[in-house]
Unconditional design. Structure first.
Length: 230
């Protein structure tokens, strides 16, 4: 999946946050663009230590995207794209420049997006409120296979709305027992693929082979989702 940021070098940045996940090792990437006024824009992605950048809130093993603008008069401006400082590898950098707004558009690819599928829940499903848990089981299974490290920190979204625990208990009851064996069914799937999207396809195919209507339906849905990234 491509992430995109339009930004003005003389103004503020806007950024979409991403899943924090570390894949290593990853070589630094570079992309450059020459605008009509002769300004050379460059972006680099990689570990802060490899890029030679430092800051009070920047760790050497943080993955960042660094930008630079070199004008014809010899002046140079550099900085870190805000919000890109995390443990997620940024690949496939791309740049575009909008002359009308004098804005630079930065795009990059984060390869774990195909893993972010929440299990079928609610209407037309026998289970409720286990979607995030079963998402995590599949996510961890594939990360272990690919040798990816998961970094857990402060949540990007904080859910603090109070709900009725008795109502929740009724909703969760059908899935309590199933939850105890869900991980075993997922763990029994043999993965051979080298990429997140291909691994999700293998998980989907494995679930469809199980003699359980819900798992077969979930496997089919996962296959449709993963197919969007191939």
């Amino acid at each position: 999946m491509k992430r995109a940021i339009p930004f003005r070098l003389l103004g503020a940045f806007a950024l979409a946050v991403a899943v924090s996940l570390l894949a290593h090792p990853a070589a630094a990437e570079e992309k450059s663009l020459l605008s009509a006024d002769g300004t050379l824009y460059q972006v680099h992605s990689g570990l802060a230590a490899d890029l030679g950048v430092a800051g009070a809130d920047l760790a050497p093993d943080d993955y960042v995207i660094e930008w630079a603008a070199r004008r014809q008069d010899g002046s140079v401006r550099v900085g870190i794209v805000p919000g890109t400082q995390d443990y997620n590898v940024k690949r496939n950098l791309d740049l575009a420049f909008d002359e009308a707004s004098q804005s630079l558009l930065l795009l990059w690819k984060e390869e774990v997006t195909p893993l972010t599928y929440f299990a079928l829940m609610g209407e037309n499903s026998p289970y409720r409120r286990f979607d995030d848990i079963w998402f995590g089981v599949i996510f961890k299974k594939i990360c272990d296979h690919l040798g990816l490290l998961i970094s857990c920190g402060r949540p990007f979204v904080r859910h603090s709305r109070a709900s009725d625990p008795l109502v929740n208990l009724v909703k969760e009851a059908p899935g309590v027992g199933f939850n105890e064996t869900f991980w075993e069914k997922v763990d029994g799937i043999v993965l051979k693929a080298p990429s997140p999207a291909e691994c999700m396809l293998e998980v989907g195919e494995g679930l469809q082979r199980l003699p359980d209507p819900y798992m077969a339906k979930l496997g089919k849905a996962i296959g449709v989702w993963a197919g969007l990234f191939n």
